[in-house]
Design a protein. Structure first.
Length: 223
């Protein structure tokens, strides 16, 4: 400990004498650590732990880019619908939006998930391990809230009860009917947070009717 305190005092004196060098070194270290973390996150998601859905190499994310800005942004629900109606070469186009939810039970708890178009899972060729997938009418504005939960959510919060299908949970103060359970270990690599629940985009409400409302990130599966 005596040596530690001596080294600490020596270091502090060096900081006072050369603050510019210290700041440069700290910024360099921060940038290096940040870059390595970002690169490892991509490698970990796509190589060390590849996506657990079929033919993942054929799934590609898209971004909306404005001519005058050149920055990427999500697309509107109406644009996504138009792309699907005019699609002649792709297997399909779906959309998702990362979203946090407040789960109400004995106490309020924040959980991660996504709002998705009804064809989200089918385009990934992922079938619920229990229950059913979303229906097209369930992504429309004003549709009754439905939710597909992760296998972990089902085990830990619904006690692994097969009769949990059809029961209701409360998200953001609204009731949602549990219609399915995701396969164990399912994670969508383009979503940076854990996927505990999936709901449809119906909760976007007025955004579904606005051409400029950039709410969904489209992704495609090539043939």
């Amino acid at each position: 400990m005596t040596g530690f305190w001596q080294d600490l005092r020596l270091g502090l004196r060096g900081v006072r004498k050369q603050p510019g060098f210290t700041l440069t070194a700290a910024i360099t270290l921060a940038l290096g650590i940040g870059a390595n973390t970002a690169i490892f996150s991509v490698i970990n998601a796509l190589i060390l732990n590849p996506p657990n859905f079929n033919e993942a190499a054929n799934v590609v994310a898209l971004w909306h880019t404005a001519k005058d800005k050149g920055t990427k942004s999500p697309a509107s629900y109406l644009d996504l619908r138009d792309l699907n109606s005019q699609n002649r070469t792709l297997e399909g186009i779906a959309g998702y939006k990362a979203n946090g939810f407040t789960l109400l039970g004995e106490q309020a708890e924040r959980i991660g998930g996504m709002r998705v178009t009804a064809n989200f899972l089918s385009l990934l060729k992922v079938a619920p391990a229990l229950g059913r997938d979303f229906r097209v009418e369930e992504e429309k504005r004003g549709a009754k809230g439905v939710v597909i939960v992760s296998a972990e959510f089902w085990r830990n919060r619904l006690n692994g009860d097969e009769n949990a299908i059809g029961k209701e949970i409360t998200l953001d103060g609204k009731p949602f009917t549990v219609i399915g359970v995701l396969p164990a270990g399912f994670e969508f690599p383009l979503n940076k947070q854990s996927t505990e629940v999936l709901t449809t985009v119906a909760e976007e409400e007025q955004n579904l009717d606005e051409r400029g409302a950039q709410v969904l990130i489209p992704f495609i599966r090539t043939v």
